[in-house]
Design a protein around this ligand. Structure first.
Ligand SMILES: C[S@@+](CC[C@H](N)C(=O)[O-])C[C@H]1O[C@@H](n2cnc3c(N)ncnc32)[C@H](O)[C@@H]1O
Length: 248
């Protein structure tokens, strides 16, 4: 990355009109494609049931399809929260899904008000990851379940050998280059996420790192990566199923 260019880019993205213009070209992942939304919903449903439950999705980006499917399958209520408004002010989807836009630090829901939280490729974008995991714990009812899929790759690189390039920069510089941009990543690795989940009080029910050989090779060849474990660097992402313990 050209550091100076990225800093200027990031500074421009702090301007509301520039940010809104840039959103027209964003790719948010599922991008409202039905086939990918169905596959992602099936992934969530394998891990948690929605019938009669209050469901929250973090960071739906450009698609409310997952929550529409949950609504069709008998969820009691479906709400999504995001920091970016891809729906241009429309808050109530006609398929029973509510969308709230917020600052990304305090979820705008009552404590213990949902049974299920899910998110696909969102945790890595949290600007305040510790606060956000604590917020997820707060809004979940005791016994509630959270399923997250997290993509820890450098979002500015397409070549898998460079998926850990974001770790080359000190935090202040990385933030100066990317904080205001949609491809910002907080750069937390697999074990760091697990530690936050446990610290906040979640039980880890299921966890699986997605390991990549090219990243393992990077780990062996780069001295700056040695302060992480081999698994932490080799994982391009992971999923986890967390439970807020039921009150005894
Ligand atoms: C890579 S996109 C994924 C979108 C969608 N989940 C998908 O899989 O297509 C990341 C989304 O997370 C949102 N996001 C970032 N920080 C967030 C936060 N603190 N709370 C909720 N959403 C957030 C972004 O605005 C964006 O819509």
């Amino acid at each position: 990355m050209n550091v100076l260019k990225e800093i200027v880019h990031n500074a421009l993205m702090s301007l509301g009109p520039v940010q809104r213009l840039a959103m027209r070209w964003h790719s948010t992942g599922l991008n409202n494609r039905e086939d990918s939304a169905k596959a992602t919903y099936a992934f969530m449903r394998e891990r948690v049931s929605v019938e009669g439950r209050d469901v929250l999705e973090l960071g739906p980006g450009q698609t409310l399809l997952l929550l529409r499917y949950a609504n069709q399958d008998g969820a009691r209520s479906c709400v999504a929260v995001d920091i970016a408004d891809y729906f241009e002010g429309r808050r109530q989807d006609q398929h029973g899904v509510r969308l709230e836009i917020y600052s990304g630090r305090a979820i705008p829901l009552e404590s213990e008000s949902v049974d299920v939280i899910w998110s696909n490729d969102v945790f890595e974008h949290f600007r305040y990851p510790n606060d956000m995991v604590a917020e997820c714990f707060r809004v979940l009812r005791p016994g509630g379940t959270m399923v997250c899929r997290v993509d820890v790759r450098d979002h500015y690189q397409a070549d898998e050998r460079r998926f850990a390039d974001n770790l080359r920069y000190p935090r202040w510089l990385w933030n100066a280059m990317t904080w205001n941009r949609s491809a910002f990543t907080n750069r937390l690795r697999y074990s760091e996420w697990l530690a936050i989940f446990e610290r906040v009080g979640f039980e880890i029910i299921e966890k699986e790192p997605y390991l990549v050989q090219a990243l393992r090779d990077e780990y062996k060849s780069r001295t700056d990566l040695q302060r992480w474990s081999e698994v932490d660097i080799s994982a391009r992402g992971f999923h986890a199923v967390l439970r807020r313990p039921a009150v005894r």
